[in-house]
Design a protein around this ligand. Structure first.
Ligand code: NDP
Length: 385
């Protein structure tokens, strides 16, 4: 019996994780579930799974959670301390599926428990890569990637012989605007940006996929997770999202992981690892899929990839600034305050204006993140439509 905690249980990844966990009640037992403020969904999941703890990050939502869980023996908690309690609940396996750097401190709290921490939440690893990896090593925690690309690489990567790896190739669907001209991209709506052609995901990552900042964040995430020089991590557009990424070796052999575009596949891999578990996925029908296409990314229409690579090359505080500015710009776009192409412009502008020394502690990363948000926020006001 594996005990499970899900941080961000009400979101897209959290719901997929719950789906798998609830299919095998003899194999998994839920300890804690968290949300920001979706009390209905959180309480329902906590009652269904007989969780011990349910936590809302937004303290204002705690009274509603207490009401919803009245008469049960589930402990309802709220605010940063409530999320911290859930993250430290001592589960064998913790899914980190909060969106954005809001997940950073909960991830660190889970790591300090020394259990297996599964990272869907990529932003903390981008902003605080070294801090997180050092903490995992110190506390004996195992980090497993749930992001489909990194999970694919993880499944193909020979950690005993990293020097025999020639390249990591991350695949990208290209997002909903892969065939749009720059002129068309200038006028896209929020609804168009969140309508991903292959994946069903939360709003923030959907916009990141449309701008391809998601792939930029994933480039940094891959550089953190796999011992390969980052100039040897490449990205290719693969529209069908069937190959989730590849590892190319010095002898010319390239290994790929294939699967349906459903997060339950990589999540199941991490849930059962090092074993395997069944999922409801039908086998891939390769004859029906017919073809797998690959193409280069257009750096002009998708400047986010260049910005991420530059941030990775410079490292220090740059990835944290890139991520924080992007979170602010995406939130502004989703709120209808800026246009789509201004997202990358605001990120670039923030990186130009703010260049602090490297942040090598959790507190320093949090301070850089906060300052970068201020700088980016000021640009949002200038650009507001
Ligand atoms: P969603 O927006 O669907 O869900 C986010 C979750 O985090 C919800 O449970 C939400 O609670 C909670 N949350 C939001 N803000 C806060 C906060 N300030 N403090 C605590 N909890 C908060 O996101 P996704 O599931 O799409 O993505 C989650 C993470 O996984 C992201 O980092 C994303 O990049 C990554 N990822 C997602 C994939 C996907 O397929 N969706 C694929 C690969 C990676 P509430 O519901 O109450 O708002």
């Amino acid at each position: 019996m594996k005990t499970v905690t899900i941080l961000g249980a009400t979101g897209s990844v959290g719901t997929s994780t719950l789906d798998l966990v609830e299919r095998e009640p003899d194999r998994f037992r839920v300890v804690a579930l968290t949300a920001n403020c979706d009390v209905d969904r959180l309480a329902a999941a906590a009652i269904r799974t007989r969780a011990q703890i349910a936590a809302v990050a937004d303290e204002k939502c705690l009274p509603a959670l207490l009401d919803a869980l009245a008469g049960t023996d589930i402990r309802a908690v709220g605010g940063a301390s409530g999320i911290d309690e859930a993250a430290r609940s001592g589960a064998d396996w913790t899914m980190a599926a909060i969106v954005g750097c809001a997940g950073l401190e909960p991830v660190m709290a889970a790591i300090e428990g020394g259990c297996t921490v599964v990272l869907a939440n990529k932003e903390p690893l981008v902003s605080a890569g070294r801090v997180i990896l050092d903490a995992a090593a110190r506390h004996g925690a195992t980090l497993l990637p749930a992001d489909s690309e990194h999970n694919a690489v993880f499944q193909c990567f020979d950690f005993a012989r990293p020097d025999r790896v020639r390249r990591i190739v991350l695949t990208a669907s290209g997002g909903p605007f892969r065939d749009f001209t720059l002129e068309q991209m200038a006028h896209v709506t929020v609804a168009e940006a969140v309508a991903h052609p292959n994946w069903s995901m939360g709003a923030k990552i959907s916009v990141d996929s449309a701008s391809m900042m998601n792939k930029g964040l994933e480039l940094i995430e891959a550089a953190r997770l796999f011992p390969v020089p980052h100039e040897r991590i490449e990205i290719v557009v693969h529209r069908q999202s069937i190959i989730h990424s590849m590892v190319d070796h010095v002898d010319g052999s390239m290994l790929a992981q294939l699967g349906q575009s459903d997060m339950r596949v990589p999540i199941a891999h991490t849930l059962a690892w090092p074993d395997r578990m069944a999922t409801p996925m039908a086998p891939l029908d390769l004859a029906a899929i017919g073809r797998l296409d690959f193409e280069a990314i257009d750096p002009v229409r998708f400047p986010a990839i260049r910005l991420a690579r530059e941030a990775l090359d410079a490292d220090g505080a740059r990835p944290a600034i890139l991520n924080a500015a992007n979170e602010i710009a995406v939130a502004a776009f989703l709120a209808g305050r800026i246009r789509f192409l201004e997202i990358a412009a605001i990120v670039e502008d923030t990186l130009e204006r703010y260049d602090p020394p490297p942040a090598d502690t959790l507190a320093a990363v949090i301070a850089v993140d906060a300052e970068a948000r201020q700088v980016a926020g000021a640009r949002v006001k200038d650009k507001a439509v």
